[in-house]
Design a binder for this molecule. Structure first.
Ligand SMILES: Nc1ncnc2c1ncn2[C@@H]1O[C@H](COP(=O)(O)OP(=O)(O)O)[C@@H](O)[C@H]1O
Ligand SMILES: [Mg+2]
Length: 297
């Protein structure tokens, strides 16, 4: 059975996408997992970390992105009527087993979603708009992934830096979520706020079901200089009020220029420069991820 992991943090620039693509590559390369990366962010960073911009432009022109599936699911606009299998880019970065569902710079329009769901609630007389909305969120991402879920060992959903419809729907569809975090005071506050919001989502009962996604762990992305480290270590302790030690990954990802530079080669650093300090950390982190998933199973 395929497991779904959502990479989430309301803050931008904390390393969600970098974590998603490097973890995916390590899980394929070192753990023989079949992995699908799904780009849920209109900044298309995960897509552009794994394929070349000119290839993305072609894919987009042909309407072969997540946007197509969203239109089909939301507005029943099925003029292309493409199955998810036809949109998935296989063996990206020349790595067999590593697949990508490309994102798009336009995914949905909030107003149109509200209008569509409003009409749905009128059609289904007696059902509150709020209930229609919640049901929609529950099945939106899950429904898109359902046909291929079991073709993969793991599906990693890379979210936008906001708590939007797709982020909530991703969380509702997933088995686990990962939170990358910078050891900075406001980043820690952001992580605590997000966990509170996720707990609210957990308390909702939709279609007699509750969200089952578990926090796989918080991953700190930290600088390795000594002076900063002392300060960062102090700040990192602040998460101890809200999270137990099992909810924190032991491996921390160092800031490493090779990680940032890898984007220019359209390949995760673990493939592009496997001996760099960042790559070594991602490799260790992937080992921890596999251990944690196996513990739960
Ligand atoms: N460990 C790291 N070392 C150096 N640069 C990093 C590291 N992790 C992320 N970055 C860089 O920081 C920027 C933001 O990272 P990204 O993964 O896109 O964040 P997010 O998805 O949370 O917005 C990118 O330019 C990325 O290359
Ligand atoms: Mg991102």
């Amino acid at each position: 059975m395929g497991k779904i992991i959502t990479t989430v943090n309301m803050k931008g620039g904390v390393g969600k996408t970098t974590l998603t693509v490097n973890l995916a590559a390590c899980l394929v390369k070192n753990h023989q997992q079949r992995v699908l990366v799904v780009d849920l962010d209109t900044q298309v960073s995960a897509t552009l970390s794994l394929i070349m911009p000119q290839d993305f432009a072609k894919i987009r022109k042909a309407g072969r992105t997540l946007s197509q599936l969203i239109k089909q699911s939301l507005y029943q606009q099925d003029y292309l009527n493409l199955a998810i299998q036809e949109l998935i880019q296989s063996d990206v970065c020349r790595l067999p087993g590593m697949d990508l569902l490309p994102g798009d710079i336009e995914l949905y329009d909030d107003f149109l979603v509200s209008e569509t769901l409003h009409y749905r609630s009128i059609r289904e007389q007696g059902i509150d708009f709020e209930v229609v909305w919640q049901k929609f969120e529950q099945q939106f991402v899950a429904g898109i992934l359902a046909p291929i879920k079991d073709n993969y060992d793991l599906i990693i959903l890379d979210c936008a830096p906001s708590y939007n419809l797709l982020t909530r729907s991703a969380l509702l569809s997933s088995d686990f979520y990962l939170m990358p975090c910078r050891p900075e005071p406001l980043s820690i506050v952001g992580t605590q706020l997000l966990e509170r919001r996720i707990n609210q989502l957990r308390r909702l009962q939709i279609n007699q079901q509750v969200m089952h996604s578990k926090l796989l762990g918080i991953v700190f992305v930290a600088a390795s200089s000594n002076v900063l480290n002392m300060y960062y270590n102090q700040v990192m302790r602040r998460v101890n009020d809200d999270f137990s030690p099992e909810q924190l990954f032991k491996t921390k990802i160092p800031l490493d220029v090779n990680v940032a530079k890898a984007v220019d080669s359209f390949m995760p650093v673990v493939l592009n420069n496997p001996n760099s300090s960042g790559s070594k950390a991602f490799i260790k982190l992937a080992d921890e991820v596999i251990q944690k998933i196996n513990q739960v199973n």
